[in-house]
Write a protein that binds this ligand. Structure first.
Ligand code: EPU
Length: 336
């Protein structure tokens, strides 16, 4: 029998720190906890919401749902000729996993250091930072398929990873519950140093090792992203919009300082933080919610506010960017 908690407070389960309650919640510490929770008739008419670290969600109110608090531990290393294959339970913290692999001599995740959240949540939005995306280090994952009632293995191609996107944000959203993730860390390691800010941070270090790259990333992130333990936030609140070359060129003609990055398919990614900054929102507070002063892409909650108020601010920002640049920016976190 699953151990359901009623009207469970979620404030410490979302990094924005919004006060919201779940009609039911249950700690999932292993796969059998998951099976028994999902087969319990008490949740028959309730939607299921899966929460890892709660670092990429906006709770807009109480959830008339059953929240699965994913806390499955686990760490296992296998290898083939070319790679280390590291499997982590869905509930392991991502940064803890990055540190452990580096400490154990398996580099590869250093550019993804200090990203909040859990290993199980990492594939959902294909976390990425400083020139590396999860999909480049991903082998497979294990998930419970609510359609078939079986545990399944899902490989790299099936995950259909894109920029901050995957199967699990689309068709797979209410179908799969990730219980473990296996990463592929090539033994022939090369640091990825093509991100300008990272190169500058490592100036003077001729051949940095993975720990040095990790430390540089931690330093950069700590300088410009708020620590969720101190200020409620979910990292980048908006995705960087991707536009075709003609629109980007037209914008560049009007705004010579426009920040844009060419994509392999000829399109351009625009820096949403720059667009928002230009509209004058950086560091602007609207009561208990606001825009972070050092990075306009990050929305913050100072306490006592609601997810609904934050979303209203996000809409005002997106409207202003649209009015000014003719580009719609979309939220990155999952809105619940
Ligand atoms: N910029 C401004 N004003 C701002 C913010 C940014 O002018 O207020 C400019 C910067 O000067 C820079 C450009 O915009 O020229 C891009 O900024 P930055 O390098 O900080 O990266 P980002 O595009 O804002 C993305 C990811 C981050 C990731 C960094 C590093 C998205 C939505 N965000 O941010 O991911 O850490 O690159 O790779 O793709 C996250 O997803 O939560 C996250 C933090």
């Amino acid at each position: 029998m699953a151990d359901f908690l009623e009207f469970y407070p979620l404030r410490t389960h979302n990094t924005f720190g919004f006060d919201a309650r779940a009609r039911l919640a249950v700690h999932i510490r292993n796969e059998s906890d998951l099976v028994s929770a999902l087969s319990d008739h008490r949740i028959d008419n309730l939607p299921i919401v899966v929460l890892g670290g709660g670092s990429n969600v906006v709770l807009t109110g109480d959830l008339d749902a059953c929240v699965l608090l994913m806390e499955i531990p686990g760490y296992d290393v296998a290898e083939d000729d070319a790679s280390w294959l590291v499997t982590a339970g869905a509930g392991e913290t991502w940064h803890g996993l990055v540190n452990r692999t580096i400490d154990e001599g398996m580099p590869g995740l250093e550019n993804l250091a200090l990203i909040p959240g859990t290993a199980g949540a990492a594939p959902i939005q294909n976390i990425g930072a400083y020139g590396v995306e999860l999909r480049e280090r991903f082998a497979r994952l294990r998930a419970y398929d609510r359609q078939s009632g079986d545990f399944v293995t899902i490989d790299l191609d099936t995950c259909a990873f894109g920029y901050r996107d995957s199967l699990f944000k689309r068709e797979g959203r209410d179908r799969y519950i990730i219980t473990a993730v296996t990463l592929r860390l090539p033994k022939a390691w090369q640091p990825v140093l093509n991100y300008g800010e990272l190169t500058r941070e490592l100036e003077g270090v001729s051949t940095p090792d993975a720990a040095q790259v990790r430390d540089a990333i931690v330093a950069i992130r700590s300088r410009k992203l708020p620590d969720p333990a101190k200020i409620g936030n979910a990292g980048s609140f908006f995705k960087n919009p991707v536009v075709d070359a003609s629109l980007r060129n037209a914008l560049l003609a009007d705004h010579p300082a426009l920040v844009s990055y060419p994509q392999p398919d000829g399109s351009y990614k625009l820096a949403a933080g720059w667009l928002i900054d230009q509209c004058g929102f950086k560091g602007v507070d609207d009561g208990p919610v606001g825009v972070y002063g050092k990075q306009a892409l990050v929305l913050v909650h100072h306490g006592g506010g609601t997810g609904a108020a934050l979303l209203a601010l996000a809409n005002r920002i997106a409207d202003a960017v649209q009015a000014h640049f003719g580009v719609r920016i979309e939220p990155e976190p999952v809105i619940l």
